[in-house]
Design a protein around this ligand. Structure first.
Ligand code: GLN
Length: 440
Protein backbone atom coordinates (compact mmCIF):
# COMPACT_ATOMS: atom_id res chain seq x y z
CA UNK A 1 0.00 0.00 0.00
CA UNK A 2 2.84 2.38 0.87
CA UNK A 3 4.56 1.61 -2.40
CA UNK A 4 1.36 2.25 -4.32
CA UNK A 5 1.04 5.67 -2.69
CA UNK A 6 4.64 6.52 -3.53
CA UNK A 7 3.95 5.48 -7.11
CA UNK A 8 1.07 7.90 -7.42
CA UNK A 9 2.97 10.82 -5.91
CA UNK A 10 4.57 11.83 -9.19
CA UNK A 11 3.45 12.86 -12.64
CA UNK A 12 4.15 9.51 -14.29
CA UNK A 13 0.73 8.33 -13.26
CA UNK A 14 -2.86 9.46 -13.27
CA UNK A 15 -4.91 9.52 -10.09
CA UNK A 16 -6.90 6.34 -9.70
CA UNK A 17 -7.95 5.21 -6.27
CA UNK A 18 -9.95 2.14 -7.30
CA UNK A 19 -6.87 0.50 -8.78
CA UNK A 20 -5.30 0.16 -5.31
CA UNK A 21 -7.97 -2.24 -4.06
CA UNK A 22 -7.75 -4.31 -7.20
CA UNK A 23 -3.93 -4.48 -7.01
CA UNK A 24 -3.89 -5.34 -3.31
CA UNK A 25 -6.53 -8.06 -3.76
CA UNK A 26 -4.67 -9.65 -6.63
CA UNK A 27 -1.39 -9.46 -4.71
CA UNK A 28 -2.99 -11.13 -1.68
CA UNK A 29 -4.14 -14.02 -3.89
CA UNK A 30 -0.63 -14.61 -5.24
CA UNK A 31 0.75 -14.26 -1.72
CA UNK A 32 -1.49 -16.99 -0.38
CA UNK A 33 -0.59 -19.28 -3.29
CA UNK A 34 3.08 -18.85 -2.42
CA UNK A 35 2.40 -19.42 1.29
CA UNK A 36 0.55 -22.65 0.40
CA UNK A 37 3.56 -23.83 -1.57
CA UNK A 38 1.74 -23.74 -4.94
CA UNK A 39 3.80 -23.08 -8.04
CA UNK A 40 3.00 -19.79 -9.74
CA UNK A 41 3.13 -18.76 -13.40
CA UNK A 42 5.75 -16.56 -14.99
CA UNK A 43 3.71 -13.37 -14.79
CA UNK A 44 1.88 -14.06 -11.52
CA UNK A 45 2.40 -11.23 -9.07
CA UNK A 46 4.40 -9.10 -11.52
CA UNK A 47 3.42 -5.42 -11.15
CA UNK A 48 2.71 -3.56 -14.36
CA UNK A 49 1.44 -0.17 -15.49
CA UNK A 50 -1.24 0.70 -18.03
CA UNK A 51 -1.28 3.82 -20.18
CA UNK A 52 -4.49 5.53 -19.18
CA UNK A 53 -6.20 4.87 -22.50
CA UNK A 54 -7.09 1.23 -21.77
CA UNK A 55 -10.34 0.10 -20.24
CA UNK A 56 -9.99 -1.75 -16.96
CA UNK A 57 -13.42 -2.45 -15.54
CA UNK A 58 -14.24 -0.51 -12.40
CA UNK A 59 -11.32 1.91 -12.72
CA UNK A 60 -11.35 5.35 -14.25
CA UNK A 61 -9.88 5.70 -17.74
CA UNK A 62 -9.12 9.38 -18.21
CA UNK A 63 -7.06 9.51 -21.45
CA UNK A 64 -5.33 12.29 -19.46
CA UNK A 65 -8.21 14.56 -20.49
CA UNK A 66 -10.64 16.78 -18.59
CA UNK A 67 -13.40 15.29 -20.69
CA UNK A 68 -12.97 11.82 -19.19
CA UNK A 69 -11.41 12.61 -15.84
CA UNK A 70 -14.24 10.85 -13.98
CA UNK A 71 -15.07 8.22 -16.60
CA UNK A 72 -15.34 4.67 -15.22
CA UNK A 73 -14.45 1.91 -17.67
CA UNK A 74 -17.44 -0.32 -18.34
CA UNK A 75 -15.35 -3.31 -19.41
CA UNK A 76 -11.75 -4.52 -19.66
CA UNK A 77 -9.57 -4.36 -22.78
CA UNK A 78 -8.72 -7.76 -24.29
CA UNK A 79 -4.94 -7.25 -24.00
CA UNK A 80 -5.24 -6.21 -20.36
CA UNK A 81 -7.60 -9.09 -19.56
CA UNK A 82 -5.06 -11.55 -20.95
CA UNK A 83 -2.39 -10.13 -18.63
CA UNK A 84 -4.77 -10.34 -15.67
CA UNK A 85 -5.54 -13.95 -16.58
CA UNK A 86 -1.80 -14.65 -16.52
CA UNK A 87 -1.66 -13.23 -12.98
CA UNK A 88 0.09 -9.89 -13.63
CA UNK A 89 -0.98 -7.08 -11.29
CA UNK A 90 -1.92 -3.65 -12.65
CA UNK A 91 -0.59 -1.10 -10.15
CA UNK A 92 -1.03 2.21 -11.97
CA UNK A 93 -2.80 3.94 -14.84
CA UNK A 94 -0.14 6.01 -16.53
CA UNK A 95 0.02 9.64 -17.57
CA UNK A 96 0.23 10.28 -21.31
CA UNK A 97 -0.60 12.86 -23.94
CA UNK A 98 -4.33 13.28 -23.97
CA UNK A 99 -5.92 10.67 -26.32
CA UNK A 100 -2.38 9.86 -27.52
CA UNK A 101 -2.09 13.31 -29.13
CA UNK A 102 1.52 14.31 -28.70
CA UNK A 103 5.18 13.37 -28.53
CA UNK A 104 6.17 14.72 -25.13
CA UNK A 105 3.52 13.78 -22.51
CA UNK A 106 2.88 17.46 -21.80
CA UNK A 107 -0.59 17.53 -23.40
CA UNK A 108 -2.15 16.21 -20.18
CA UNK A 109 -4.19 17.43 -17.23
CA UNK A 110 -1.85 15.64 -14.80
CA UNK A 111 1.33 17.69 -15.44
CA UNK A 112 4.31 17.04 -17.71
CA UNK A 113 6.01 13.65 -17.39
CA UNK A 114 9.69 14.15 -16.58
CA UNK A 115 12.40 12.18 -18.36
CA UNK A 116 13.84 9.33 -16.27
CA UNK A 117 17.44 10.25 -17.08
CA UNK A 118 17.27 14.05 -17.04
CA UNK A 119 14.17 15.52 -15.34
CA UNK A 120 14.61 18.86 -17.16
CA UNK A 121 13.68 17.05 -20.37
CA UNK A 122 10.39 15.54 -21.49
CA UNK A 123 9.62 11.87 -20.89
CA UNK A 124 8.56 11.56 -24.53
CA UNK A 125 5.12 10.60 -25.70
CA UNK A 126 2.52 9.88 -25.91
CA UNK A 127 3.23 6.85 -23.63
CA UNK A 128 5.66 8.90 -21.50
CA UNK A 129 4.47 7.75 -18.06
CA UNK A 130 4.73 4.12 -19.17
CA UNK A 131 8.35 4.41 -20.32
CA UNK A 132 9.45 6.42 -17.28
CA UNK A 133 7.86 3.93 -14.86
CA UNK A 134 9.81 1.07 -16.47
CA UNK A 135 13.06 3.05 -16.65
CA UNK A 136 12.79 3.92 -12.96
CA UNK A 137 11.79 0.36 -11.97
CA UNK A 138 8.40 1.48 -10.66
CA UNK A 139 6.82 -1.17 -12.86
CA UNK A 140 8.40 -4.31 -14.34
CA UNK A 141 6.65 -3.57 -17.61
CA UNK A 142 4.05 -1.17 -18.91
CA UNK A 143 1.50 -1.34 -21.69
CA UNK A 144 1.68 1.73 -23.90
CA UNK A 145 -0.16 2.50 -27.11
CA UNK A 146 1.60 3.29 -30.39
CA UNK A 147 -0.21 5.04 -33.23
CA UNK A 148 2.73 6.88 -34.78
CA UNK A 149 5.62 6.20 -32.40
CA UNK A 150 4.19 6.61 -28.92
CA UNK A 151 5.77 3.46 -27.51
CA UNK A 152 9.02 3.53 -29.46
CA UNK A 153 9.91 7.20 -28.95
CA UNK A 154 9.50 7.40 -25.15
CA UNK A 155 11.28 4.02 -24.88
CA UNK A 156 14.18 5.62 -26.78
CA UNK A 157 14.19 8.80 -24.68
CA UNK A 158 14.29 6.76 -21.45
CA UNK A 159 16.66 3.97 -22.61
CA UNK A 160 14.31 1.01 -22.37
CA UNK A 161 12.76 -1.44 -24.85
CA UNK A 162 9.43 -0.66 -26.55
CA UNK A 163 7.68 -2.73 -29.21
CA UNK A 164 5.07 -1.75 -31.75
CA UNK A 165 3.93 -5.16 -33.01
CA UNK A 166 2.51 -5.79 -36.46
CA UNK A 167 -0.87 -4.05 -36.71
CA UNK A 168 -3.51 -6.62 -35.75
CA UNK A 169 -1.27 -8.95 -33.77
CA UNK A 170 -2.79 -7.70 -30.50
CA UNK A 171 -6.47 -6.82 -30.16
CA UNK A 172 -7.35 -3.13 -29.90
CA UNK A 173 -10.63 -3.91 -28.16
CA UNK A 174 -10.73 -1.63 -25.11
CA UNK A 175 -7.91 0.64 -26.28
CA UNK A 176 -9.45 4.07 -26.67
CA UNK A 177 -9.32 4.75 -30.41
CA UNK A 178 -7.03 7.52 -31.66
CA UNK A 179 -6.32 6.62 -35.30
CA UNK A 180 -7.80 3.18 -35.80
CA UNK A 181 -5.79 2.27 -38.90
CA UNK A 182 -2.44 2.49 -37.06
CA UNK A 183 -3.33 2.11 -33.34
CA UNK A 184 -1.28 -0.71 -31.78
CA UNK A 185 -0.97 -2.12 -28.26
CA UNK A 186 2.72 -2.02 -27.32
CA UNK A 187 4.71 -3.37 -24.38
CA UNK A 188 7.58 -1.45 -22.75
CA UNK A 189 10.12 -3.38 -20.64
CA UNK A 190 13.77 -3.68 -19.71
CA UNK A 191 14.78 -6.66 -21.85
CA UNK A 192 14.01 -8.45 -25.11
CA UNK A 193 13.02 -11.51 -23.09
CA UNK A 194 10.40 -9.58 -21.11
CA UNK A 195 9.01 -8.12 -24.33
CA UNK A 196 8.78 -11.63 -25.81
CA UNK A 197 6.87 -13.01 -22.82
CA UNK A 198 4.37 -10.14 -22.67
CA UNK A 199 3.87 -10.11 -26.43
CA UNK A 200 3.03 -13.83 -26.42
CA UNK A 201 0.45 -13.36 -23.68
CA UNK A 202 -1.35 -10.48 -25.41
CA UNK A 203 -1.26 -11.70 -29.05
CA UNK A 204 -4.01 -13.50 -30.89
CA UNK A 205 -7.22 -13.33 -32.82
CA UNK A 206 -10.11 -11.62 -31.06
CA UNK A 207 -13.68 -11.64 -32.36
CA UNK A 208 -14.06 -8.16 -30.87
CA UNK A 209 -11.41 -6.71 -33.20
CA UNK A 210 -11.84 -7.86 -36.79
CA UNK A 211 -8.37 -6.64 -37.77
CA UNK A 212 -6.66 -9.20 -35.50
CA UNK A 213 -4.99 -12.34 -36.83
CA UNK A 214 -3.79 -15.58 -35.25
CA UNK A 215 -0.03 -15.70 -34.68
CA UNK A 216 2.32 -18.43 -33.53
CA UNK A 217 3.97 -18.15 -30.13
CA UNK A 218 7.53 -16.84 -30.28
CA UNK A 219 9.80 -19.11 -28.28
CA UNK A 220 13.01 -18.18 -26.52
CA UNK A 221 15.18 -20.68 -28.40
CA UNK A 222 14.10 -19.54 -31.83
CA UNK A 223 15.00 -15.92 -31.14
CA UNK A 224 18.41 -16.93 -29.80
CA UNK A 225 19.33 -18.51 -33.12
CA UNK A 226 20.33 -15.50 -35.19
CA UNK A 227 21.98 -17.39 -38.05
CA UNK A 228 19.28 -16.53 -40.62
CA UNK A 229 20.04 -12.79 -40.48
CA UNK A 230 22.00 -11.93 -43.58
CA UNK A 231 21.29 -8.36 -44.56
CA UNK A 232 20.27 -5.06 -43.07
CA UNK A 233 19.20 -1.82 -44.72
CA UNK A 234 18.91 1.78 -43.66
CA UNK A 235 17.38 4.88 -45.19
CA UNK A 236 20.13 7.10 -46.56
CA UNK A 237 17.96 10.23 -46.40
CA UNK A 238 17.27 9.76 -42.66
CA UNK A 239 20.97 9.64 -41.85
CA UNK A 240 22.11 12.31 -44.29
CA UNK A 241 19.36 14.75 -43.27
CA UNK A 242 20.34 18.18 -41.93
CA UNK A 243 17.82 17.66 -39.14
CA UNK A 244 19.61 14.74 -37.49
CA UNK A 245 21.52 15.43 -34.27
CA UNK A 246 25.26 14.71 -34.89
CA UNK A 247 25.54 12.48 -31.81
CA UNK A 248 22.53 10.38 -32.89
CA UNK A 249 24.06 10.04 -36.35
CA UNK A 250 27.44 9.00 -34.89
CA UNK A 251 25.82 6.40 -32.59
CA UNK A 252 23.83 5.00 -35.48
CA UNK A 253 26.83 4.77 -37.83
CA UNK A 254 28.90 3.07 -35.15
CA UNK A 255 26.13 0.45 -34.76
CA UNK A 256 26.21 -0.05 -38.54
CA UNK A 257 29.99 -0.60 -38.40
CA UNK A 258 29.56 -3.20 -35.64
CA UNK A 259 26.96 -5.03 -37.73
CA UNK A 260 29.25 -5.04 -40.78
CA UNK A 261 32.06 -6.40 -38.61
CA UNK A 262 29.81 -9.34 -37.71
CA UNK A 263 29.62 -10.26 -41.40
CA UNK A 264 26.16 -8.88 -42.18
CA UNK A 265 25.64 -7.14 -45.50
CA UNK A 266 24.44 -3.53 -45.05
CA UNK A 267 22.54 -1.75 -47.84
CA UNK A 268 21.55 1.89 -48.22
CA UNK A 269 17.88 2.26 -49.15
CA UNK A 270 15.86 5.09 -50.69
CA UNK A 271 12.78 6.31 -48.87
CA UNK A 272 10.23 9.12 -48.79
CA UNK A 273 11.35 12.47 -47.40
CA UNK A 274 10.50 13.25 -43.79
CA UNK A 275 8.00 16.00 -44.61
CA UNK A 276 6.00 13.61 -46.83
CA UNK A 277 5.95 10.93 -44.13
CA UNK A 278 4.93 13.40 -41.43
CA UNK A 279 2.21 15.09 -43.49
CA UNK A 280 0.75 11.78 -44.69
CA UNK A 281 0.63 10.42 -41.16
CA UNK A 282 -0.80 13.56 -39.57
CA UNK A 283 -3.46 13.97 -42.26
CA UNK A 284 -4.74 10.44 -41.70
CA UNK A 285 -4.30 10.51 -37.92
CA UNK A 286 -6.18 13.81 -37.63
CA UNK A 287 -8.97 12.63 -39.94
CA UNK A 288 -9.41 9.43 -37.94
CA UNK A 289 -9.27 11.14 -34.57
CA UNK A 290 -11.82 13.76 -35.65
CA UNK A 291 -14.15 10.87 -36.44
CA UNK A 292 -13.29 8.73 -33.37
CA UNK A 293 -13.65 11.59 -30.89
CA UNK A 294 -16.96 12.81 -32.32
CA UNK A 295 -18.75 10.57 -29.83
CA UNK A 296 -17.29 12.55 -26.92
CA UNK A 297 -19.99 15.20 -26.72
CA UNK A 298 -21.04 14.61 -23.11
CA UNK A 299 -24.13 12.52 -23.96
CA UNK A 300 -22.87 9.04 -23.29
CA UNK A 301 -19.43 9.58 -21.84
CA UNK A 302 -17.57 12.01 -19.72
CA UNK A 303 -17.86 15.41 -18.27
CA UNK A 304 -20.99 17.09 -19.65
CA UNK A 305 -21.37 20.84 -19.38
CA UNK A 306 -24.99 21.99 -19.71
CA UNK A 307 -25.74 25.08 -21.74
CA UNK A 308 -28.84 26.75 -23.17
CA UNK A 309 -29.71 23.99 -25.64
CA UNK A 310 -28.40 20.58 -26.76
CA UNK A 311 -26.22 21.97 -29.54
CA UNK A 312 -24.64 24.54 -27.24
CA UNK A 313 -24.12 21.87 -24.57
CA UNK A 314 -22.16 19.74 -27.06
CA UNK A 315 -20.08 22.73 -28.13
CA UNK A 316 -19.28 23.91 -24.61
CA UNK A 317 -18.55 20.36 -23.38
CA UNK A 318 -16.06 19.87 -26.18
CA UNK A 319 -14.48 23.31 -26.20
CA UNK A 320 -14.02 23.45 -22.42
CA UNK A 321 -12.81 19.87 -21.95
CA UNK A 322 -10.55 19.13 -24.92
CA UNK A 323 -6.99 20.48 -24.86
CA UNK A 324 -5.66 22.94 -27.45
CA UNK A 325 -3.70 20.16 -29.16
CA UNK A 326 -6.71 17.85 -29.36
CA UNK A 327 -8.88 20.66 -30.75
CA UNK A 328 -6.20 21.47 -33.33
CA UNK A 329 -6.39 17.86 -34.52
CA UNK A 330 -10.18 17.69 -34.58
CA UNK A 331 -10.39 20.92 -36.61
CA UNK A 332 -7.59 19.77 -38.94
CA UNK A 333 -9.15 16.32 -39.34
CA UNK A 334 -12.59 17.67 -40.18
CA UNK A 335 -11.06 20.07 -42.65
CA UNK A 336 -9.16 17.40 -44.61
CA UNK A 337 -12.33 15.29 -44.75
CA UNK A 338 -14.59 18.08 -45.92
CA UNK A 339 -15.84 18.73 -49.42
CA UNK A 340 -13.37 20.70 -51.48
CA UNK A 341 -10.40 19.43 -49.48
CA UNK A 342 -10.79 15.67 -49.21
CA UNK A 343 -9.73 14.82 -52.80
CA UNK A 344 -6.66 17.01 -52.64
CA UNK A 345 -5.58 16.14 -49.12
CA UNK A 346 -7.22 13.08 -47.56
CA UNK A 347 -7.43 10.86 -50.67
CA UNK A 348 -3.91 11.87 -51.68
CA UNK A 349 -2.68 10.80 -48.25
CA UNK A 350 -4.37 7.42 -48.62
CA UNK A 351 -2.59 6.96 -51.96
CA UNK A 352 0.71 7.98 -50.37
CA UNK A 353 0.18 5.45 -47.61
CA UNK A 354 -0.18 2.71 -50.26
CA UNK A 355 3.01 3.90 -51.95
CA UNK A 356 4.87 3.84 -48.61
CA UNK A 357 3.68 0.28 -47.94
CA UNK A 358 4.75 -0.82 -51.43
CA UNK A 359 8.16 0.73 -50.85
CA UNK A 360 8.53 -1.41 -47.71
CA UNK A 361 7.44 -4.53 -49.58
CA UNK A 362 10.17 -3.93 -52.18
CA UNK A 363 12.77 -3.23 -49.46
CA UNK A 364 12.05 -6.47 -47.66
CA UNK A 365 12.70 -8.45 -50.85
CA UNK A 366 16.24 -7.14 -50.50
CA UNK A 367 16.98 -6.94 -46.76
CA UNK A 368 15.85 -8.83 -43.64
CA UNK A 369 15.81 -5.85 -41.30
CA UNK A 370 15.60 -2.06 -41.59
CA UNK A 371 17.40 0.00 -38.96
CA UNK A 372 16.90 3.62 -38.05
CA UNK A 373 17.35 5.91 -35.08
CA UNK A 374 13.99 6.33 -33.31
CA UNK A 375 14.15 10.12 -33.54
CA UNK A 376 16.33 12.62 -35.40
CA UNK A 377 16.63 14.74 -32.28
CA UNK A 378 17.22 14.43 -28.55
CA UNK A 379 14.39 14.88 -25.99
CA UNK A 380 13.37 18.56 -25.82
CA UNK A 381 13.28 20.56 -22.62
CA UNK A 382 9.95 20.59 -20.83
CA UNK A 383 7.83 23.48 -22.15
CA UNK A 384 9.16 23.64 -25.71
CA UNK A 385 6.92 21.19 -27.59
CA UNK A 386 3.70 22.91 -26.56
CA UNK A 387 5.01 26.18 -27.99
CA UNK A 388 5.84 24.71 -31.39
CA UNK A 389 3.50 21.89 -32.47
CA UNK A 390 4.88 21.85 -36.00
CA UNK A 391 8.40 21.10 -34.72
CA UNK A 392 6.90 18.41 -32.50
CA UNK A 393 5.18 16.76 -35.49
CA UNK A 394 8.46 16.79 -37.44
CA UNK A 395 10.25 15.05 -34.56
CA UNK A 396 8.10 11.98 -35.39
CA UNK A 397 9.67 11.68 -38.85
CA UNK A 398 11.44 8.35 -38.19
CA UNK A 399 8.58 6.49 -36.50
CA UNK A 400 5.43 7.36 -38.48
CA UNK A 401 6.43 5.62 -41.75
CA UNK A 402 6.62 2.22 -40.04
CA UNK A 403 3.19 2.85 -38.49
CA UNK A 404 1.68 3.61 -41.91
CA UNK A 405 3.25 0.37 -43.17
CA UNK A 406 1.75 -1.52 -40.17
CA UNK A 407 5.16 -3.14 -39.58
CA UNK A 408 6.58 -4.71 -36.41
CA UNK A 409 9.24 -2.43 -34.96
CA UNK A 410 11.18 -2.36 -31.71
CA UNK A 411 13.18 0.31 -29.90
CA UNK A 412 16.32 -0.90 -28.17
CA UNK A 413 18.63 1.36 -26.15
CA UNK A 414 21.57 2.68 -28.17
CA UNK A 415 24.19 5.27 -27.30
CA UNK A 416 22.99 7.97 -24.99
CA UNK A 417 20.48 10.18 -26.82
CA UNK A 418 17.71 8.11 -28.38
CA UNK A 419 17.05 4.47 -29.22
CA UNK A 420 17.67 2.27 -32.23
CA UNK A 421 14.61 1.10 -34.16
CA UNK A 422 14.61 -2.45 -35.56
CA UNK A 423 11.93 -3.15 -38.18
CA UNK A 424 10.98 -6.27 -40.15
CA UNK A 425 8.35 -7.19 -42.73
CA UNK A 426 4.69 -7.43 -41.70
CA UNK A 427 3.92 -10.30 -39.24
CA UNK A 428 7.64 -11.00 -38.75
CA UNK A 429 7.76 -9.77 -35.15
CA UNK A 430 9.92 -12.77 -34.33
CA UNK A 431 12.72 -11.56 -36.59
CA UNK A 432 12.69 -8.17 -34.87
CA UNK A 433 13.29 -9.82 -31.48
CA UNK A 434 15.91 -12.10 -33.02
CA UNK A 435 17.82 -9.12 -34.35
CA UNK A 436 17.67 -7.41 -30.96
CA UNK A 437 19.33 -10.52 -29.51
CA UNK A 438 21.87 -10.54 -32.30
CA UNK A 439 22.91 -6.98 -31.39
CA UNK A 440 23.53 -7.82 -27.73
N1 GLN B 1 3.31 11.72 -31.73
C1 GLN B 1 2.40 11.08 -32.62
C2 GLN B 1 1.08 11.80 -32.62
O1 GLN B 1 0.91 12.69 -31.86
C3 GLN B 1 2.19 9.65 -32.23
C4 GLN B 1 1.30 9.50 -31.07
C5 GLN B 1 0.93 8.07 -30.78
O2 GLN B 1 1.55 7.12 -31.28
N2 GLN B 1 -0.13 7.91 -30.01
O3 GLN B 1 0.21 11.49 -33.35
Amino acid sequence: SEKLNALKANTHNTVNSTLDDLALNLAAKVDSKITNGETIGLLEGIPFGIKDVYMLQGTTTTASSDLLKNYKSAYTATAIQKLLDAGAIPVVKENCDSFGHGSSSENTIFGAVKNAINPELVGGGSSGGSAVNVAKDYTVFSIGGDTGGSVRQPAGYNHVYGLKPTYGRISRYGLMAYASSTDCVGPIAKSVEDIRIILNVMSGKDVKDQTTYASAEINADSISDTSEIKSVGYFKNFIESDAIDPKIKADFLSTIEKIKAKGIEVKELDFFQSDILVSTYYTLAMAETASNLSRLDGSNYGNRIEDKNLKESYAVTRSENFSEETKRRIVGGNQVLSQGFSDEIYLKSLALRDAISENFEEDFKDVDIILSPVTPSTPPEIGNSLKDPHAMYLSDAYTVGFSLGQLPTLTVPQGTETGLQITAAKTNDELVLKFANFLK
